[in-house]
Every structure is written in structure tokens, then in C-alpha cells.
Design a protein around this ligand. Structure first.
Ligand SMILES: C[S@@+](CC[C@H](N)C(=O)[O-])C[C@H]1O[C@@H](n2cnc3c(N)ncnc32)[C@H](O)[C@@H]1O
Length: 267
């Protein structure tokens, strides 16, 4: 089991405390930029047809900045648990969208408020996935779509663990990859999302958003995504591990596939 953050239970206040420390930087850098662009490309049709969009678990607004620029979109709303993420989102997006502090398990919206609900890397922090999906569906208009990203960053972590081997990897997980909460890792989280979407009566489709990253992109991602969570005293150790990974993996280019689960409500 991971140490530090990882031993905390998955409560809203623990999640908010965890993401509060990432509020200024989450989503920056080439790794996230390439991934986000791949997702936006894969969703070009849905975005072109969207009018009223909810970004659920919007974080610091990396996707909101894109939605507010899309030609046909009339209203953009972002919600998040983490107040500092919302502050950062407000700085990035300005007044062009509505931002609310809310939990996805209880949406402060009337039924049928949105024609697109988008949740990027948020369902993995939810305990009652079926309940949250039902709440999303309550807020979908007939014919509207619910879109969720289907996995964590396990593709990269899996590759890194293969580079250093299982024993060293345990140490890497403890020092660098501190998760938000204690949980059993979902082997195939996207399958769970698909099942929850189908149970809620949505017509489900899976789509992959492929993107490519190089080693320098991954080293940058580790510094952006994980370093702020590492206590000051252990950062030197983490930097040494990044250098070790660089030696082993410097020439690698990785193609990742961000899975998107898309559920359409019948008209
Ligand atoms: C991994 S970040 C993803 C941020 C953003 N969606 C993106 O892809 O750039 C997850 C975000 O979900 C938020 N979050 C987690 N659980 C939530 C919940 N139950 N309700 C609302 N937001 C939640 C966190 O505060 C955090 O900002």
C-alpha cells in the first residue's frame, strides 16, 4: 500500500485537501496538453453540437478554457469539490463560465439542464459510481451525452514499473506516486463506468483518444502531478529516482490511449 496521502480514506474533505495542493499546476505541461488535445479531437462532433455544457470535477479549468471558446456552446458550467481548484479555474477562464462548489453526488441543477456532461478523471474518486451516474442522467436533456474518461494514468505507471522492476517500483510508489485515497485499484475502471452508464439507461459507446509522449514529457508530468504532494524532505530522493528513470527510459516514446466512455440518453 502507498504511504502518506494514500492511507487516507476517500472522503470529500480528504480529496479536496489532496487536490488543493495541485490547484495551480494540475493539467500543465506536455503530457496533459497532449492528452487533453487528443480528447478534444476525439470529441469534436459532440463539442460542435453542444449548447449547455457541465464540466463535472472541472479542476482548475483546463477543459473549461476550451469549452468557452467553442463556437456553438451557449453556457459552460464547472463544478468541483476543491475550492482552490475553482479559484484557479476562475483565474484561467475569467467570467466566461459559471463555477460552483459542489459534489458530483448531488448536483445543484434542475432536471434536464445540460446537453453535454463531461467528467475527466473524476469518477475514480467516487465511491458510489452508480449513484453519481444516475444523478448525471437526471440532469441530461433527451438526446444528450454523458462523457467520462475511463482510466487513471496507469499506462505510464505500468511502463515505468516495467523499467525499474517490481521491487524498486514499490519504493517509487511510496516516494513519488502518492494517491488521493486508499482503495483497491480497479483493474479495468472503464468497464465499471460502462456498466454504470448502461444500468442508468444510456446507450454506451467507447472511443479511444491516442496521444504520444516522450521521456522529458513524463519527467515533467512527474514534477507537475506528483512533486507537490511529496514532503520537502523526500524531494531529493524523488529527484534521484526521476534521474534513474531518465537513464533507463530516455529514448522511449510512449503512445497512450485515453479511453472515453460516452453514454447517450434516448430522445
Ligand atoms: C484528477 S482532477 C481532474 C481535473 C479536470 N477534470 C481535468 O481533467 O483537468 C480531479 C478533480 O475532481 C475533483 N473531484 C473529485 N471528487 C469530486 C466530487 N465527488 N465532486 C466534485 N469534484 C470532485 C477534484 O477536486 C479534482 O479537482
Amino acid at each position: 500500500m502507498d504511504s502518506g496521502e494514500a492511507s487516507r480514506p476517500r472522503t470529500p474533505s480528504n480529496i479536496a485537501a489532496y487536490f488543493g495542493r495541485l490547484a495551480d499546476t494540475y493539467g500543465d505541461g506536455a503530457y496533459y496538453g497532449n492528452r487533453r488535445q487528443a480528447v478534444l479531437d476525439a470529441l469534436a462532433t459532440e463539442i460542435a453540437n453542444a449548447r449547455d455544457v457541465l464540466d463535472a470535477g472541472c479542476g482548475n479549468g483546463a477543459y473549461l478554457t476550451k469549452f468557452v471558446e467553442a463556437a456553438g456552446i451557449r453556457t459552460v458550467t464547472g463544478i468541483d469539490l476543491t475550492f482552490d481548484m475553482l479559484l484557479s479555474a476562475r483565474n484561467r477562464v475569467g467570467a466566461k463560465c459559471r463555477l460552483l462548489s459542489a459534489n458530483v453526488s448531488r448536483l445543484p441543477f434542475k432536471p434536464e439542464s445540460f446537453d453535454v456532461i463531461f467528467g475527466s478523471h473524476v469518477l475514480q474518486f467516487v465511491v458510489d459510481i452508480e449513484g453519481v451516474v444516475a444523478e448525471f442522467v437526471r440532469c441530461l436533456q433527451p438526446g444528450a451525452v454523458l462523457i467520462a474518461t475511463g482510466q487513471r494514468d496507469d499506462g505510464v505507471r505500468h511502463t515505468l514499473s516495467a523499467i525499474v522492476g517490481p521491487e524498486r517500483w514499490r519504493e517509487y510508489r511510496e516516494v513519488i506516486f502518492r494517491r488521493a485515497e486508499r482503495r483497491e485499484a480497479d483493474a479495468r475502471p472503464k468497464d465499471r463506468y460502462q456498466q454504470a452508464f448502461a444500468r442508468a439507461g444510456l446507450r454506451v459507446e467507447e472511443r479511444a483518444a491516442p496521444f504520444t509522449v516522450t521521456w522529458p514529457d513524463i519527467a515533467e508530468w512527474i514534477r507537475i502531478r506528483w512533486m507537490p504532494l511529496i514532503p520537502e524532505a523526500e524531494r531529493g530522493r524523488a529527484e534521484a529516482m526521476i534521474a534513474e528513470l531518465a537513464q533507463a527510459g530516455a529514448s522511449r516514446t510512449l503512445t497512450q490511449h485515453e479511453p472515453l466512455i460516452i453514454g447517450r440518453r434516448e430522445r
